[in-house]
Design a protein around this ligand. Structure first.
Ligand code: FSX
Ligand code: SF4
Length: 269
């Protein structure tokens, strides 16, 4: 990070939010590391030039529109998108700011910025694939950023993604590195391992009911056999635990098909 920023021409970052629950931002804010940058605050204050974030920026209204216009003109920015893109009603279900008294739809904003960005990074499954926001009857016709813009995106999958995954991806891009991705646009470094293959409960007895520690949760609907991420080794909340370790089946939140139509948890027979 520091090296990237020692470079005066390092790109700035714009973070937009569409249809989601803001959990991706909350996850990012929970970033903790023993080495620098040690926290999200560290990253935001000393490591990246974040031009705009809807929850973290003090700026609003025409100030935001000006910042965005200048960034688009300069062209040296990474676009982070959190949340899916509502496309029904001409996109008017989601309007992040106004220009000249006219609301700008999220759809138009993402299309305009994605066309000029050095890279487009989707943070979370909603931006990457539609996710929860595009599930069910999807009345606002939420689409992924890739579908809505036609641009290639780097997909930091997860609902939400682990803060380490978000920061790792940003660090690579700010250092000018190329990120190898899988067929779903997910960084291979983060998403090449199948949960089931690195799960410590592979040899354990099957749990028949919830609330029993140390069992394999396959009969309770665990999606570890079809899900790719490093949760078993990286763990969450500063390495404290992870879903299966806490007795909750993997819900497959890094998969392009998440949440799907079947029940997330099952009651074993
Ligand atoms: Fe989606 Fe982000 Fe899930 Fe929520 O906004 S990936 S619903 S955790 O937080 O986009
Ligand atoms: Fe596989 Fe899930 Fe059982 Fe772990 S708990 S071994 S990921 S089915």
């Amino acid at each position: 990070m520091s090296e990237a920023l020692a470079n005066p021409s390092a790109p700035s970052v714009i973070w937009l939010q569409g249809s989601g629950c803001t959990g991706c931002t909350i996850s990012f804010l929970n970033y903790v590391s023993a080495t620098a940058p040690q926290s999200a605050a560290d990253i935001l204050i000393t490591n990246i030039n974040l031009l705009y974030h809807p929850n973290l920026s003090a700026a609003a209204g025409s100030t935001v529109a000006d910042v965005i216009a200048k960034a688009v003109a300069a062209g040296n920015f990474i676009l982070i998108v959190e949340g899916g893109v509502p496309t029904a009603f001409g996109g008017r279900a989601c309007a992040p700011w106004s220009e000249g008294g006219v609301e700008v739809t999220f759809l138009a904003a993402v299309q305009r910025l994605a066309a000029k960005a050095l890279k487009v990074v989707c943070v979370g499954n909603c931006a990457s694939f539609g996710g929860v926001s595009a599930s069910g009857s999807n009345p606002t016709a939420v689409q992924s950023v890739k579908v809505a813009t036609g641009k290639t995106t780097i997909n930091v999958a997860g609902c939400p993604p682990h803060p380490d995954w978000i920061v790792w991806t940003l660090v690579q891009l700010l250092q000018g590195k190329t990120i190898a991705v899988d067929t779903y646009g997910r960084p291979k470094t983060l998403y090449s391992k199948r949960i089931h293959d690195i799960c410590p409960f592979r040899e354990a007895d099957e749990a028949k009911t919830f609330g029993v520690a140390g069992r394999c949760l396959e009969e309770l609907g665990c999606r570890g056999p079809s899900t790719y991420a490093n949760c078993p080794t990286n763990k969450w909340n500063n390495g404290v635990n992870w879903c299966i370790g806490a007795g909750a089946p993997c819900i497959g939140c890094t998969s392009s098909t998440f949440p799907g139509t079947s029940a997330l948890f099952k009651t074993a027979s």
